[in-house]
Design a protein around this ligand. Structure first.
Ligand code: SF4
Length: 471
């Protein structure tokens, strides 16, 4: 099987066998490339040099995550594992620790496993052919296309979230985003628009346009190189494409985690199972209830004083919300030796791959003796929400009225507590994912826009049958 190794750039002709259909619109690509030359992003760390390994790392990190968030992670990751072989040799704990905070940890585990497969079966490099790349863990059709196009200049289409939005608007493609017909149509458009030359730049250009001009909110059509024949723009229906996803309220689950310390203020961490949420990360001993968590502790041979309430945390996953009750106790008997159990200082623990709520708890209590204070959900998550200005009306609709003026009035009079709670959760996710500072005016303005769309944008239905916006 042909392979690309190290920094070498393979001849795109080696990929001709899997070549997609002929281009239909060279002019589309030409306009995009001309725009890219002037306005595109040319200084991203993975572009210099644009090797298969570095492009692959970046593409996986960029799944579900914005460029500005990814850059420092990419730099740390690449510095720790400069080659694919280094990554394959690395300890999974180290990989997960460097990934910590980026979320969607299966991406890190898949990267690690895929690197090992490349070493075992592809002579130490990413394979060159589309099918073999797609067969690696964590690489789908769009990521494979992006790697081949960017690292080798091969003619493969991509369809990530940004590109989907651009093409759906440009072609005014209707339909549910998860529908098969919609997907087929967009893949066909993405394939048809491919140029003959400069595939790496073209692919980056399409992604950049979606990220910086054809944005989800308020696209800058006046400076878009595709505006002349963009059907959504010509029809004045930009907000309608792509159609908003219909989402149900996330189900709520709950669990108890035990913050256990010994006399040296070390904390007990347990490695989570290899499958399920936070798979392979180090976390607090957990159970569905406090009793269940204590029973697990007892099976491990650890005896603790009666635990007291320490914190209450709401954590959002893609498909459900998790309420975590954290209870603190001092260990009085330290149990059996177990490779999946560790008593660690806070500094040691912070070197491991940790679920985000556990990392925050450790940072909150860094170096502290057994904490006695009660942290509420508000202190943990609301501290990262934007301060709200109280509205003068009664309190029956909201606990925490948001913005003054017309927007505040609309929210206050039409949004129920439950929907407001959903917004706070969504806002916290936006703040965390985009690393926003609540005191930054730009962040406040961004969140105000998001709030408006969340409740009143196209596709939103509020408050009870309420549909959160697309991520
Ligand atoms: S004209 Fe507007 S809607 Fe159409 S592709 Fe450009 S930015 Fe997007």
């Amino acid at each position: 099987m042909p392979c690309c190794r190290g920094n070498s750039v393979a001849d795109a002709s080696a990929l001709e066998g899997a070549r997609p259909q002929a281009p239909l619109d060279q002019e589309f690509a030409a306009r995009l490339l001309a725009w890219f030359d002037q306005h595109g992003r040319h200084d991203l760390p993975w572009q210099h040099p644009r090797t298969p390994y570095r492009v692959w790392l970046a593409e996986v990190m960029l799944q579900q995550t914005q460029v500005q968030t990814v850059i420092p992670y990419f730099q740390r990751f690449e510095s720790a594992f400069p080659t694919l072989a280094d990554l394959a040799r690395a300890d999974l704990d180290q990989v997960l620790a460097l990934w910590s905070g980026l979320g969607y940890y299966s991406r890190a585990r898949n990267l690690h496993r895929a690197a090992q497969i490349c070493v075992e079966h592809h002579q130490g490099g990413l394979p060159l052919d589309f099918e073999s790349i797609c067969a690696l863990p964590g690489i789908g059709r769009s990521t494979a296309g992006a790697i081949l196009a960017q690292a080798h200049g091969a003619r493969y289409p991509i369809l990530d979230g940004n590109v989907r939005r651009v093409l759906a608007r440009h072609g005014a493609v209707a339909g549910a985003p998860s529908g098969t017909q919609f997907q087929h149509r967009l893949w066909a458009l993405s394939t048809a628009a491919l140029p003959e030359q400069r595939l790496a730049d073209y692919t980056q250009a399409l992604m950049d346009l979606g990220a910086t001009v054809c944005t989800r909110r308020r696209p800058a059509c006046e400076r878009c190189p595709l505006a002349d024949d963009c059907q959504a723009q010509l029809q004045g229906r930009v907000d309608e494409f792509p159609q908003a996803r219909t989402r149900r309220l996330r189900p709520l689950r709950s669990c108890t985690q035990l913050w256990l310390q010994d006399d040296q203020q070390r904390v007990l961490l347990q490695r989570r199972p290899a499958v399920g949420i936070w798979a392979g990360l180090w976390s607090l001993v957990e159970g569905e209830t406090t009793q269940a968590a204590l029973a697990t502790l007892s099976q491990l041979g650890i005896v603790a004083e009666s635990p007291h309430e320490l914190a209450s945390i709401r954590h959002e996953f893609t498909h459900f919300s998790l309420d975590i009750q954290v209870r603190a106790a001092r260990a009085v008997h330290f149990g059996v030796a177990d490779a999946n159990l560790r008593w660690l200082s806070v500094d040691e623990a912070l070197q491991l791959g940790l679920p985000q709520p556990v990392r925050r708890l450790l940072q909150t209590y860094a170096g502290a003796a057994m904490p006695r204070s009660l942290i509420t959900t508000q202190e943990i998550t609301m501290s990262r929400t934007i301060d709200c200005i109280r509205h003068g009306a009664g309190e029956e609709a909201l606990d925490r009225p948001p913005y003054p003026g017309e927007l505040g009035k609309r929210v206050y009079t039409s949004v129920g507590k439950r929907a407001w709670g959903e917004w706070l959760t969504h806002q916290t996710m936006l703040i965390n994912e985009n690393r926003l500072s609540p005191v930054d005016p730009k962040a406040r303005s961004f969140l105000k826009d998001e709030l408006e769309k969340f409740f009143f944008g196209a596709g939103s239905v509020h408050p009870e049958g309420y549909v959160p916006p697309e991520d």
